[in-house]
Every structure is written in structure tokens, then in C-alpha cells.
Ligand binder design. Structure first.
Ligand SMILES: [Zn+2]
Length: 358
């Protein structure tokens, strides 16, 4: 696995090769890339345009691990595999081999499974074909140099690479605040089911719908694996960092990623986060609409039940309108915490303290 330290991220990801084409108008996403009359046989004969998929894997009481799968190579990355058995079961169900692990930060509900997963993969029959042990890619700058358990590839801000034998290219964004060394991972050109797009929330930023390799309706977008730095409707507690650090981290994510970026976060906290968002901005129609959508998506099945829905992915463009921690420069948010005219970091600090007690 190649790791390079690239200065590209500061310039953002909005260059012509990665930015998804914009949909026009506030209508439903258009179908592009293949005419409606194209036959399934022709689609099957055409090399798939994109073949990266994300599978959320519920772990513990409300954590998400993820599999990022190259469906052509049949290889996958496991993100934050706190419960290796569940991640291995998901990989087996998809018929893919896990060949790399990424970990967003050192907290055990994200990192405690790294070593056990690598050990389990080494014992698997397929491991005889593997050229090398499964790499664990994680922050090299966690608090006081404490390594993330199992780390074999230490990364810093701007690290980038490609998972060997796959189309999974990635870049890391250092997002201190929740922990000193927290890393977010960005993967380009991920296929997401079109049904997961919040068309109303994204408006003109809704990505165009195209045809996946199986003939299904998908959007091809950048994906952010945000760990506990950014949740849908919220952000992680500031265990290590200051409000100013958290603000800078969230500002970087917003600057680096287009609105039609799928957000896969580390916990299913969306419903309670949006209740807090409604307390902060009680007159926000966008918050009310997002809360309605999440309630409908999640359903009543218990956590870990296959019938339970997930609020992921969210969308950066929707978060900008509903997530109070991305809205600390809005006068309504400053007023809600009694910091009218205060600077953004002051509002962030007051907002975070309120959420800690909420
Ligand atoms: Zn954490």
C-alpha cells in the first residue's frame, strides 16, 4: 500500500476530476450516463463505471464500522472495526476479502478490534494468497504519541494512498478536537444508492443519478468517513481539544468537500442530535424536515437488527443547513447560546457545553 504525503488537500477536492456534476434546478435527480432504453445485457457487457460501495456495520450499542468494497476486485477496507466478528460476517456476506483497516481515532469503541481483526484475517484460508499482512492505517499524532492499537501505517494530515489491487483511493484530513489525532478519511467516486440522496435537503446540489453496474440507480460521489469529528446533526465531545480546534477541523471539512459528499459518521446519534438542533434553531424548517426524514428512515427495529434503517449517509450540503456545529456563525445560533456578536469559537464552546448537558 502506497502512502504519500500530498499538499493537495488544502486546496480542497473541488477540482474538475473529482467534483460531481451539478444537477440543474430543484427537481428530482436526473438520470445520466445511460439512456433509459439501454438493455440490461448491454449494461452488463459494459465495464462498470464505478464499483465502490459502502456497507455500514452496526457495532456495540450505537457505533458504525464500515466496509468500503471494490466490487470488481472483491476486496474491502474495514473502517473502525470495533467488533471484528460483525465486520467479518459482513465481508463474508458480500463475498469480499478485507485487505486493509482504517481507524479514525484511538477510542476503544473504534480501535479495540484492529488487532483481533488482523489476527483473524491472518488465520483465514484466503490469507495464504495474500502478499502481506493486512495494514492498519491510523493517526500517528494521537495524544502524547499514544498509538492507535494495531497501527502499522502511521499517517499525518494530507496522507493519501490507494488500497493495493483496488480502485479505493483515499486522503486523510487531520481533525483534532474530539481527540488530538483524529483523522477523517475521504474516498472519491463511491456509488451510493440514489434512494439515499436527500433530494429536498440538497436542492440544486443533489447529485445526478446514474446507472450502477447492476443496472440500479446510484449516485457517484465523494464519501467522508468522519469518525467522531462530525456526526449527522452534531459533532463529538471535545475530550482532548479546544472549541477553536474543533471549529477549525469542521471548517476544513466544509471547505474541502462539495455539498454532494456522502457522510458516514462513527455513531447513530442523528435523531437525538437533531432534537438538539431543533432546540438551538426552533424555527428551522430544514431541521424539522431532517428530523422527519431520520425518524422515517430508522424505523422501530432494535439496533443491530437487519430491519433497522440507518441515517447514514448524510450529506455535507444538508449538514450545512441543519447541524448547529457547522452553523456557529449564524446569528440565530449565537443568540441561542447567549453569545450574540461573539466570535465563532466562543459560540462553538457554548454550544458544545450546552449539548454536553442536553
Ligand atoms: Zn471517540
Amino acid at each position: 500500500m502506497a502512502v504519500a504525503f500530498l499538499p493537495t488537500l488544502a486546496r480542497g477536492l473541488r477540482h474538475p476530476l473529482t467534483a460531481p456534476p451539478r444537477a440543474v434546478g430543484r427537481c428530482a435527480p436526473r438520470l445520466v450516463g445511460a439512456p433509459a432504453t439501454v438493455s440490461r445485457r448491454r449494461l452488463a457487457a459494459t465495464p462498470p463505471r464505478m464499483a465502490l460501495r459502502v456497507t455500514p456495520v452496526p457495532t456495540l450499542s450505537d457505533n458504525y464500522a464500515y466496509l468500503i468494497t471494490d466490487t470488481v476486485a472483491r476486496k474491502a477496507v474495514a473502517v473502525d472495526p470495533a467488533q471484528p466478528a460483525r465486520v467479518l460476517a459482513a465481508a463474508a456476506a458480500a463475498g469480499v476479502a478485507i485487505t486493509e483497516v482504517w481507524c479514525t481515532h484511538r477510542h476503544p469503541d473504534h480501535s479495540a478490534g484492529n488487532e483481533a481483526l488482523v489476527a483473524a484475517l491472518a488465520r483465514a484460508p484466503a490469507a495464504a494468497d495474500a502478499a502481506a499482512a493486512v495494514a492498519v492505517v491510523a493517526s500517528g499524532v494521537e495524544r502524547d504519541g499514544i498509538p492507535v492499537p494495531g497501527t502499522t501505517v502511521s499517517i499525518r494530515d494530507g496522507a493519501a494512498g490507494r488500497v493495493a489491487g483496488t480502485a479505493i483511493g483515499w486522503e486523510a484530513i487531520h481533525t483534532p478536537g474530539h481527540t488530538d489525532g483524529h483523522m477523517c478519511f475521504v474516498v472519491r467516486d463511491v456509488s451510493v444508492p440514489a434512494a439515499a440522496v436527500d433530494v429536498d435537503g440538497l436542492g440544486a446540489d443533489a447529485p445526478p443519478v446514474t446507472v450502477g453496474e447492476g443496472g440500479e440507480a446510484v449516485v457517484v460521489v465523494p464519501a467522508l468517513f468522519s469518525g467522531d469529528a462530525l456526526f449527522l446533526g452534531g459533532c463529538g465531545r471535545l475530550f482532548d481539544g479546544t472549541p477553536a480546534q474543533a471549529l477549525a477541523s469542521l471548517d476544513r471539512l466544509v471547505a474541502a468537500l462539495p455539498p454532494a459528499t456522502a457522510v458516514f459518521c462513527g455513531h447513530e446519534y442523528t435523531e437525538t442530535n437533531l432534537r438538539f438542533a431543533a432546540a438551538v434553531e426552533p424555527r428551522s424548517a430544514a431541521v424539522a424536515a431532517a428530523a422527519d426524514r431520520v425518524r422515517a428512515v430508522l424505523g422501530d427495529a432494535p439496533w443491530g437488527d437487519a430491519r433497522r434503517g440507518t441515517s447514514v449517509p448524510g450529506w455535507m450540503g444538508v449538514e450545512a443547513g441543519v447541524n448547529p456545529f457547522l452553523r456557529v456563525r449564524e446569528p440565530t445560533v449565537a443568540a441561542a447560546v447567549g453569545k450574540e456578536g461573539g466570535d465563532a469559537a466562543t459560540v462553538m464552546g457554548a454550544l458544545r457545553r450546552w449539548k454536553d448537558r442536553f
